[in-house]
Design a protein around this ligand. Sequence first.
Ligand code: SAM
Ligand code: ZN
Length: 316
Amino acid sequence: MLFSCFECARGLKVKDDKIFCTECGANYGRMDNGLIVFDDCLDKHSFFEKQAIQRLDRFYSRYDREQFMADLEKVNLWQMDEGNKRVGIAKKFWWEPYIGKIENKSILELGCGVNYIVPYFLECDNKVVAFDICRESVEYSKKILTAVGAKMENITYAVADAREARFPAEFDIVNISNVLHHIDDKAAVFERVHQALKPDGKLIIVEPNYYYPPRWIIETDVFDPLNFVKKYFVDNDLIEKGEKAIIFGRMIRQLKEAGFKIDVREKDDNYLGYFTVYWVKEMTAMAKAIFLADQRIFTKILPRVIAPFQYIVASK
Ligand SMILES: C[S@@+](CC[C@H](N)C(=O)[O-])C[C@H]1O[C@@H](n2cnc3c(N)ncnc32)[C@H](O)[C@@H]1O
Ligand SMILES: [Zn+2]
């Protein structure tokens, strides 16, 4: 099994559906319906993510392989299919200009949620271990794989906490997409990810920027309790209570402290696009116009420090 003991770092074993360490005897969880389920995965996350899944259900209810293949062609924000747009994906395959297409590799997908990434990695003949603290997300992601005809023999799913789970150094790639802004103890995650990577492995990260103005307004505590916009977002489960996007200077420091070298740090240029994406329908003239305005105008006049996302590639 591709998880290590949290205490002694030996490989965990499964017997009679129990997950445990043969070396130190620690018990960690169980196999449930073919799924690896670690203990203590918090319900708070399940509640929040459940709301997100209900919203996704409308898009994915009749999803199939043909639709999936068509969606893979929709790369930029103005074209983006509803399912991926709703979970906050700004650029599909963003890593490819920097590290190329990821094929025939072993990948750890941390906080997998529900989106195009796991099915796409499987489509490219990778072996994937995907986990999330929220069981509903894991099960939903698995359901989509079946719908798109993915190679199920190459995926291992688990319900686990990224602050706790440990892995042997067997991964070429660790992908973290929009997860770290839900986790306070990022240092614990980076230490574990560093252990999980092979010596020449790559960590790839995309996260939202705290200083992107529309995000700052809904996340800052400065105007509490009079911040009605923030209240609307929290009350409607559009953001998690207390959620704070990333202050990148701080996170880069934590990555370096964990032993990482930063190879790439890129800022997303969908300034207006990312703000309007929730109201403007994809593949329309209006969506394209906003996208072009970002590319031709806003990216040239707005300071990069307020870009909506940053993309990072790091190595050991
Ligand atoms: C905004 S979603 C992003 C999901 C997906 N990676 C994506 O890009 O669409 C954040 C995900 O992180 C998961 N998550 C939050 N805290 C976690 C933790 N401590 N360990 C593992 N997953 C966690 C949530 O359950 C949720 O699925
Ligand atoms: Zn042990």
